[in-house]
Ligand binder design. Structure first.
Ligand code: NAD
Ligand code: UD1
Length: 337
């Protein structure tokens, strides 16, 4: 049996592919390289000693997907990462996001629902918006999406839930990631931000490296202990492990519902200023930063209640914030632009 990873050369997908190969699981990766590089395969090979089967395929292309499922008749599970993820770009180019993120999901579902192949879907804590209660539980009412990107995650979840109802043998898990950071400890794979990073940690590491002059802390008078925003930062290797364990849970038919939803976070709320301090203590490097205006659209505080995934699936985050930030820095030092 093979596991199909869509978007498997991207940031999270490459870490999951690596872990699957290390667990001696046969992997087929598809990626259209829109936001990744083929050299990621070298990194995976150098960590695991193996290469996944790779096809350069667009998940939203029906005939390419038909060919893929004709070629590999033993696909027994799918982890679906392939999507665009820039919030700001989704605001200026909404159709690009609806086409790719939802068109791709639909083409994938066409292949797998009738074959009853279980699915793990990459969702996001963005579906909660500013939650009324903290930490955030999965049954928290969802807020209207604040961007087309967020909409694609909410609608994507709904499409999968509808398919689980319509096809009784089709099972899925929706994983709502909080803020993935860091890289594999080898520093051979990690995140390549395209252009100026929008996310905090890649901006911070580029600033420390001297590529950016100063890190702006977006907002310093929020109603939080130190005035800066609070998030739940999770090591990408912990996140990768959550996929492995969720897939195993589905394949062993331990699920109770046809479609189950889980937060993937540490449960620790960390402010931007605390993160800067942790980075400095983990790496011994000073972070040039200044307090700045809030970023429009930011939620003030978001961190997970991760107890559901721990109780049902047995997964729990293991890495500390310092370990995550140290790995992010080692990766940054290794990036050859
Ligand atoms: P990424 O951009 O690094 O990886 C996505 C990969 O999918 C890329 O390699 C890209 O080339 C590929 N891809 C995009 N469209 C494709 C298509 N139509 N056909 C084939 N390949 C395609 O992103 P990531 O950070 O690894 O995120 C993976 C998934 O997790 C995405 O669905 C993203 O929305 C979701 N997610 C990410 C975060 C985060 O902070 N990184 C948070 C929550 C959810
Ligand atoms: C963003 C996305 C979210 C996505 C998530 C993935 C928005 C509004 N939301 O969330 O949909 O799922 O990334 O990781 O873009 N910050 C600074 N200075 C910077 C950059 C960020 O202070 O230069 C702060 C932000 O204000 C925020 C925190 O750092 O408080 C984290 O920001 P970021 O990494 O962009 O993630 P999110 O905003 O949580």
């Amino acid at each position: 049996m093979k596991i199909l990873i869509t978007g498997g050369l991207g940031y999270i997908g490459s870490h999951v592919t690596t872990l699957l190969l290390q667990n001696n699981i046969d992997v087929v990766v598809i990626d259209n390289l829109e936001n990744s590089r083929i050299q990621v395969l070298d990194g995976i090979k150098s960590i695991t000693g193996k290469l996944p089967l790779f096809r350069k395929i667009d998940v939203s292309n029906e005939s390419e997907m038909n060919q893929l499922f004709d070629e590999f008749t033993d696909i027994g599970g799918v982890i679906h990462f392939a999507a665009f993820k820039s919030v700001s770009e989704s605001v200026s180019e909404p159709l690009k996001y609806y086409n790719n993120n939802l068109g791709g999901l639909q083409q994938l579902l066409k292949q797998i629902v009738t074959r009853s192949i279980p699915l793990i879907f990459s969702s996001s804590c963005t579906v909660y918006g500013q939650s009324e209660t903290l930490p955030i539980r999965e049954d928290e009412p969802l807020k209207p999406a604040t961007s087309p990107y967020g909409s694609t995650k909410k609608i994507g979840e709904q499409i999968i839930e509808d398919c689980c109802k319509a096809y009784p043998d089709f099972k899925a898990i929706l994983l709502r990631y909080f803020n993935p950071i860091g890289a594999h400890s080898s520093a051979k794979i990690g995140e390549y931000p395209v252009g100026v990073p929008q996310n905090l940690v890649p901006y911070l590491t580029q600033t420390v490296r001297g590529i950016r002059p100063v890190l702006k802390v977006f907002g310093s008078s929020y109603d939080t202990p130190d005035g800066s925003c609070i998030r739940d930062y999770i090591h990408v290797m912990d996140l990768a492990q959550a996929h492995i364990e969720s897939l195993d849970y589905l394949l062993k038919k331990k699920n109770v519902e046809a479609c189950e939803v889980y937060n993937v976070g540490t449960g620790n709320g960390v402010s931007v200023l605390e993160l800067i301090e942790s980075f400095e203590s983990a790496t011994g490097k000073k972070v040039p930063f200044e307090l700045s205006d809030p970023r429009p659209g930011d939620t003030v505080s978001a961190y997970a209640d991760p107890s559901k995934i721990e109780t049902n699936i047995g997964w729990k985050a293991r890495y500390s914030l310092e370990e995550s930030l140290y790995s992010a820095w080692k990766w940054e030092e290794n990036i050859k632009n």
